[in-house]
Design a protein around this ligand. Structure first.
Ligand code: ARG
Length: 462
């Protein structure tokens, strides 16, 4: 028999080429458990509306339970001939219950409100999964910060030595951006907790169904949509999800790029664990940061998923258009990519070794304490404009003689400025420079300890 849900007014079945183009079952099959949950909820409101007897309802639920079990163990699957997951599952139900009962479930719903609902349910589950994986990565970063509370490193701007910072301070900066990503996911979830079920094709249902009951049944905390046209046609929840996952990718790529640089021979700031790095098929000595590189690469893919989706949505008239079938693969892919990437990335971060000596050796290099000279002068009452020039003259003197700031003699200091008494040496040491930046958010060990505690509290309350 014809599996299509719309055959009656057509003299001919679909052309092979159309069937191939139209099919989505190969990618929307992952929504099957959600479709069945939706069907159960729908059967209950049909019953409440007097359109299914108690007996029919219980046989319907039993049929759906059976179908669910058969989907779970793989004994029932959709085929290309089914077109999409909804059609396939209707076929499965008809096969189990016969046409008289099985044919009653479709009343008052459309694939348009079904897909809009199931897609939300799927993404909400995956927002939680991805949120959990991000928390694990934050845990690894917290672990790194905790294990190295007092390691100094060169802080950089423009990738040039800027000022010394604590390694823990730097690592926790990445944890902060991930905290915002996790928060974005939670806020998105709250906005998305609204069910389009009951919107029908676009106009709502004439059958006296209760969309609020379906929403409650399916775990949509904020009830059903206020407008059935919006419910079936809007996909900003998908675009926003794609943005958040792209942003996560971009944030990971920034950590990744640093790991790649830190892991070079020239930097030698970190060593990656063997289990989280790869070798070369020709160069026996190679140990490559492939996880970080894949993170960097996949971030491009995640951005592509977002931009592709935005392009699909642009100028699309209301209400449902088949273009919207193109909304699923990009974000399914974004979920899949992050769900394989994040555990590997977390493993890499949790197991890397920090080369403390190397970082601390370079922390004061490149005249990174010049700002400390200027700020010390300010504390002696020198205007900052003058102080900046005096410190700059110190750097110039050092460059001429190929030395670092702390190697300037008392005479050289005095020659540059009368304000540069030998006491200036107290700030020409990394520990002193770090400790002096003790205000909120700063790089002093005491300030970084506060940041660590805040990230840990944030993690514990997520
Ligand atoms: N497979 C479709 C999608 O993913 C489901 C809705 C189809 N509706 C329709 N009228 N053809 O968007």
């Amino acid at each position: 028999s014809d599996v299509r849900l719309w055959g009656a007014r057509f003299a001919d079945g679909p052309a092979e080429a159309l069937a191939k183009l139209s099919a989505s079952v190969h990618f929307d099959w992952r929504l099957a458990p959600y479709d069945i949950a939706g069907s159960r909820a729908h059967a209950r409101v049909l019953n409440k509306a007097g359109l299914l007897t108690e007996d029919e309802l219980s046989r319907m639920i039993a049929g759906l339970d059976q179908l669910e079990a058969d989907v779970a163990d793989g004994s029932f699957t959709g085929t290309i001939a089914d077109e999409d997951v909804h059609t396939a599952l209707e076929r499965g139900l008809l096969e189990r219950l016969g046409p008289d009962l099985g044919g009653k479930l479709r009343a008052g719903r459309s694939r348009n409100d079904q897909i809009a609902t199931l897609f939300r349910m799927y993404l909400r589950d995956h927002a939680r999964i991805i949120g959990g994986l991000i928390a694990e990565l934050q845990g690894a970063l917290v672990g790194l910060a905790e294990a190295h509370p007092d390691v100094a490193m060169p802080g950089r701007t423009h990738l040039q030595h800027a000022q010394p910072v604590l390694f823990a301070h730097h690592v926790l900066a990445h944890a902060q951006s991930l905290s915002r990503d996790a928060e974005r996911l939670r806020q998105w979830d709250e906005r998305t907790a609204v069910s389009p079920y009951g919107s029908g094709a676009l106009a709502g249902s004439s059958l006296g169904l209760d969309p609020e009951a379906v929403a409650a049944d399916l775990g949509f905390e904020r009830g059903s949509v206020g407008n059935s046209i919006d419910g079936t046609a809007s996909r900003d929840f998908v675009a926003e999800f794609a943005f958040i996952t792209a942003m996560i990718g971009v944030n990971l790529s920034r950590i990744a790029e640093e790991v790649i640089i830190w892991n070079t021979k020239e930097f030698s700031f970190v060593t990656l664990h063997d289990a989280f790095s790869t070798g070369s098929s020709i160069m026996p000595q190679k140990k490559n940061p492939d996880i970080a590189e894949l993170a960097r690469g996949k971030s491009g893919r995640l951005i592509g998923n977002l931009t592709g989706l935005m392009a699909t949505l642009k100028a699309l008239p209301l209400a449902y258009n088949r273009d919207l079938q193109e909304d699923k693969e990009p974000v399914f892919d974004s979920c899949d990519q992050l769900e394989v990437l994040l555990p590997a990335f977390t493993g890499m971060m949790a197991t890397l070794t920090v080369n403390r000596e190397r970082m601390e050796e370079l922390a004061p290099a490149g005249f990174s304490l010049a700002t400390d000279i200027a700020e010390w002068l300010v504390k002696q009452g020198v205007p900052f404009r003058v102080a900046h020039e005096v410190a700059g003259a110190c750097v110039k003197e050092c460059e001429q003689h190929g030395i670092e700031l702390d190697e300037l003699t008392d005479e050289q200091f005095a020659k540059i400025s009368e304000h540069l008494t030998p006491e200036v040496r107290t700030v020409l040491d990394v520990a002193g420079a770090l400790a002096s930046r003790s205000g909120r958010g700063g790089t002093a060990p005491s300030a970084v300890a506060v940041q660590l505690a805040e990230v840990k509290t944030d993690l514990a309350t997520q």
